[in-house]
Design a protein around this ligand. Structure first.
Ligand SMILES: Cc1cc2nc3c(=O)[nH]c(=O)nc-3n(C[C@H](O)[C@H](O)[C@H](O)COP(=O)(O)OP(=O)(O)OC[C@H]3O[C@@H](n4cnc5c(N)ncnc54)[C@H](O)[C@@H]3O)c2cc1C
Length: 440
């Protein structure tokens, strides 16, 4: 007798960033390929770009076209499905999500509003900078949350240089204020300083490198507040050396067209302002269909990464608030980092695979391997944490190598060892055949 085949379980992953695309790739290879489940990845964009590279795109040291990955291609190679669209709603009773329509650049609707059913839903929609409703921030600041924004910063930078070149003013200056001296702000500041040197080398020398004035404005009493103090001291020293001004203990209270005001009333004049402070998960997640969320819209999850309210819905990466207990019995919240997104994606892939065979969900344990800060071509500083190294501070080339390895690990999860090796080779070769900076 012909037995009717059970319908395949539908696993829908929303957000193909650092966490989501690794998860979709792993599940596609293990479950999708063997037709044990239908894996669908939804993303508001058509291509994946690894977010920790955005400051390099903003400064022009990296051309985003060279490192973007088509979701459709990755889906085809790894046995999952890609659906373009922005999640806007959730219906837990019907087990479906609602997607906004997709429009082209002229506002013409290409894909209508849709719903997508799921059996297990994974939310991995990341985060954006948090401007804490500071007056003037959205109007007068640039942001660095996605590729388009990074490219906008780069285009604005180049336009300032072209304008200065055409004006013939031998004393032209460009003042950039970066709000937030966390990893993003610090790395961006160093990268912009490198861009100033390179732009002059390529003939855009009306603004001399020392006339690109980058100021980091930080509300806390030291830069890199999430990292150990000795790292922030060392990085501050290096920033001073390359001429980047650092203002700590300065909470920004208002942004204007020509600068920003801090709580003490002091005014910092600037031509460009880039907001790089804080994070928050997308607004639409706040309390979505009864799920529990915190004050920055992150979904509360258990150590299994299942949301506290609904066991069929998981959240990971920057949009999840996950508290776990370490070996010493201390509980801590997983930081919003690529390293955490990568580890959570690996765990959740294993967990969903084992659940497909009827087992219980696995529990996430975070291993902090340390933090690394890249100061563009000048240096890198950070600490490594491990059973053998303990808490070891590193600087210079070794730190740079470990910094780069985080991206290579992401590529390895997406493409495997062989293709990652080929990509490294391609990057080395292309460094010799193109300008050191994107000049358009
Ligand atoms: C400039 C910069 C530098 C950084 N450097 C480092 C670093 O050196 N080391 C480090 O550990 N971390 C770094 N980070 C943090 C790191 O990038 C994040 O922690 C990590 O990307 C989080 O991964 P994620 O998958 O949660 O989210 P993301 O990588 O942000 O991906 C979210 C995805 O969801 C999609 N999406 C969003 N909303 C929707 C929606 N409604 N519907 C459908 N899709 C949606 C987005 O298009 C995106 O593809 C940096 C961040 C920035 C901005």
């Amino acid at each position: 007798m012909n037995q009717a085949k059970a319908p395949k379980k539908k696993i829908v992953i929303v957000g193909g960033g650092a966490a989501g695309i690794e998860l979709a790739t792993r599940l596609g290879k293990k479950l999708g390929k063997k037709q044990l489940a239908r894996i669908t990845l939804v993303d508001a964009q058509n291509t994946h770009f690894w977010k920790p590279l955005l400051h390099e795109v903003a400064a022009g040291s990296l051309n985003a076209f060279e490192d973007e990955l088509s979701y459709l291609a990755q889906a085809k190679w790894n046995h999952f499905h890609f659906v373009p669209g922005q999640m806007a709603s959730l219906n837990r009773a019907e087990k479906s999500i609602g997607l906004n329509p997709v429009f082209d650049d002229n506002g013409r609707e290409i894909v209508p509003k849709r719903t997508l059913p799921y059996d297990q839903l994974v939310i991995a929609v990341g985060s954006t900078a948090n401007h804490f409703n500071t007056p003037g921030a959205t109007e007068h600041c640039l942001f660095l949350d996605n590729r388009q924004q990074a490219e906008r910063i780069h285009a604005t930078l180049i336009n300032h240089y072209l304008h200065a070149q055409a004006s013939g003013n031998p004393d032209a200056r460009l003042r950039i204020a970066i709000i937030g001296a966390g990893a993003t702000g610090v790395e961006l500041a160093a990268e912009l300083h490198y861009a100033a040197i390179e732009l002059a080398r390529y003939g855009l020398d009306a603004i001399r490198p020392e006339h690109l004035e980058v100021t980091l404005i930080e509300g806390g009493d030291r830069i890199l507040p999430a990292l150990p103090e000795r790292i922030s001291t060392s990085v501050r020293h290096q920033l001073n050396k390359i001429g980047i001004r650092v203002k700590t203990g300065q909470l920004v209270s208002e942004i204007r067209t020509d600068g920003l005001v801090v709580r003490s009333g002091e005014f910092f004049e600037s031509d460009l302002r880039i907001w790089a402070a804080g994070i928050k998960a997308p607004e639409f997640l706040a309390g979505i269909d009864g799920l529990a969320s915190n004050c920055i819209n992150q979904l509360l999850v258990r150590p299994t990464l299942q949301t506290t309210i609904d066991e069929h819905i998981y959240a990971l990466g920057d949009c999840a608030n996950c508290t776990v207990t370490n070996r010493n019995g201390e509980s801590f919240t997983i930081p919003p980092r690529a390293q955490a997104a990568h580890q959570q994606a690996s765990l959740l892939a294993k967990s969903l695979i084992t659940q497909a065979s009827g087992n219980e969900p696995l529990t996430f344990n975070y291993q902090d391997y340390g933090s690394l800060i890249s100061l563009s071509r000048f240096s890198a500083v950070g600490n490594l944490m491990g059973a053998i190294t303990g808490d070891l501070m590193i600087e210079g080339t070794l730190a740079k190598l470990f910094y780069v390895s985080l991206y290579r690990m992401h590529q390895m999860a997406l493409f495997g060892k062989l293709r990652t090796g080929t990509l490294i080779l391609k990057d080395l070769i292309s460094q010799t055949t193109r300008p050191q900076l994107k000049l358009h």
